[in-house]
Ligand binder design. Sequence first.
Ligand code: GYE
Length: 326
Amino acid sequence: MKLRKLSFLVLALALLLAGCRSTAPTAANPPPAVVVGFSQLGSESGWRIGNTASMEQAAKEWGFGLMLDNANQRQEKQIAAIRSFISYQVDVIVFSPIVETGWDNVLREARQAGIPVILTDRMVDVDDDSLYTAYIGADFLAEGRRAGEFLLKKADAMGADHLNIVEITGTENSTPMRDRQAGFAQAIAGDGRFTVLESITGDFLRSKGRECMRTLLDRYGAAGIDVVYSHNDAMTLGALDVLDEAGVVPGKDIVLISVDGEQAAVDELRKGRINCIVECTPHLGGDVMAQVDALTRGKQIPKTIHPEETVFTEFDDLSEIGPRGY
Ligand code: GYE
């Protein structure tokens, strides 16, 4: 224990020097009993920034030491962060995997060191599921289905015979990208009114959402696109910029379906410029830290925990939506 506390002090200082955030213990502020190493994948969206804040806040509330490393969208940086958490013998490793594959080795190293791993936000695809203790994050397949179900209702309301859809997807080989796409496809499958013209990757970034929308408008023209399904609000906001410049009226000329529920997107929904937002909550910190606490007390924890999520649409009373906080 003493060694680990000393290690915490050393790592805290090292991370502070390296520009990562951590709380350095002092004589008046002794090292915490539980230390969590958290590898965040980046800061690509309002969702992500809200998620980081939620983790920091919850760790503080539980009195846990948090070693936070932001991988800036690079898997190799996440792997390096996890290795440093192992060498400093944190109590629990938490990480949000940018993509699903490529984690087997580092997870085996964590197991050999006897450090449990909680996945949060996104899943991994590994041969042996016992390499991680739990997954705490959204049910992305259900989110995709909710997006498709909205479109079925909207098409009925429009009395549409046929709708051409373009899809702006998130980071390839990430869980939200794969499952938001699959869930949406399942919900509209077999309904001859819909054609997905193209799925194009926007990497969950506003700047890429802009680029994708420009490409799609060039390729199909505004008249050739009836629906944009975008895998997150950041990319949707980027697409809105481009539609505005092109003189297309979003929400009317083209139906927009988004995912997340950032404040900026909810504001656009209220203005009628987005038709539907499937909620995905970044407020996962409370659940994660509660499970960290249970684990460090030697309790068994559930393998999967999904937060409750809803959907906000133009058919709903939007005055009910409170401040989003992200
Ligand atoms: O929807 C997006 C973020 O993994 C659920 O990643 C998360 C997604 C979220 O960048 O905005």
